[in-house]
Design a protein around this ligand. Structure first.
Ligand SMILES: C[S@@+](CC[C@H](N)C(=O)[O-])C[C@H]1O[C@@H](n2cnc3c(N)ncnc32)[C@H](O)[C@@H]1O
Length: 254
């Protein structure tokens, strides 16, 4: 089946042709075309966190593992995964047609080893995605209500092989309010600097502001995240890295 941009993808990973609207408004639609240029500049330590997440995958470069990214957006993390693990089979899942369309173009050199699925993660794990060695959730879980996060993590637990890894980068709610204040100040400085260097226009800033106002966010505290992961059955839950409100979490399926 064709996904709308001229590349043949395995049918099971293109159930819904990219370009058709899913129900509801897509808060990420306007962000898609500027995401790769803007997001790493305005999100504190984006590259550092993503690099560490990949380094935490306990596989050699030639491993024939199956990796899944939930909320893959424009495919930036998928591209880095495909480069770091040239034998891996990699699947990206996202609900935004606009984000997936950017990902689809970017990842065509890696097809069909890297494939995309359009799916609303608030409905749980996509049944089309089978057993895998690792599930990555960078910057996505906080967009789901806590009950939906737990349902999704239960699905990930079911599909992970024994000793499989779950890796999450997320925005957490700190117990100490000053952490959030310092984070907001830093974000403000990053955005002001990016504007001053003309790497971000006023229109693009309006898109980012609109998303942060409209895109519902449900950040958990770190202790809530640990409790949720352990309730689902994950073990060896740990923070590999933390910077103010951002946490890189790692957990294993026994
Ligand atoms: C901030 S972006 C992160 C993209 C990518 N993981 C990265 O690290 O660059 C969040 C992504 O989550 C996706 N997303 C948000 N809610 C979703 C949902 N309910 N189902 C599927 N994807 C969702 C958005 O479409 C968007 O592409």
């Amino acid at each position: 089946m064709l996904c709308g941009v001229g590349i043949e993808w395995p049918p099971s990973y293109c159930e819904i042709p990219i370009g058709l609207a899913m129900s509801g408004v897509d808060p990420f639609a306007r962000l898609a075309s500027i995401y790769d240029r803007v997001f790493p500049r305005v999100v504190p330590k984006y590259d550092e966190a993503v690099d560490l997440m990949l380094a935490l995958l306990p596989y050699g470069a030639e491993a024939r593992v199956r990796l899944v990214e939930l909320g893959c957006g424009t495919g930036e993390v998928l591209k880095r995964l495909a480069t770091a693990f040239p034998q891996a089979e990699i699947r990206g899942v996202d609900s935004s047609a606009a984000m997936l369309e950017v990902a689809h173009k970017k990842l065509s050199p890696f097809a069909p080893r890297v494939s995309l699925l359009r799916h609303d993660l608030s409905q749980g794990w996509p049944e089309e995605v089978g057993e895998c060695e690792a599930v990555l959730c960078p910057y996505v879980l906080e967009y789901l209500a806590p009950e939906a996060q737990e349902l999704l993590l239960q699905g990930a637990f079911r599909r992970l092989k024994p000793e499989g890894r779950l890796l999450i980068i997320e925005f957490v709610q700190p117990n100490e309010p000053r952490i959030s204040q310092v984070f907001r100040d830093l974000e403000y400085r990053l955005i002001s600097g990016t504007l001053a260097r003309r790497q971000l226009s006023e229109e693009e800033l309006a898109i980012l502001t609109d998303l942060s106002e409209k895109g519902p966010r449900h950040p958990l505290s770190w202790s809530q995240r640990v409790e949720m992961l352990e309730r689902v059955g994950f073990r060896r839950v740990d923070t590999a890295w933390r910077f103010l409100n951002f946490v890189l979490a790692t957990a294993a399926r026994p």
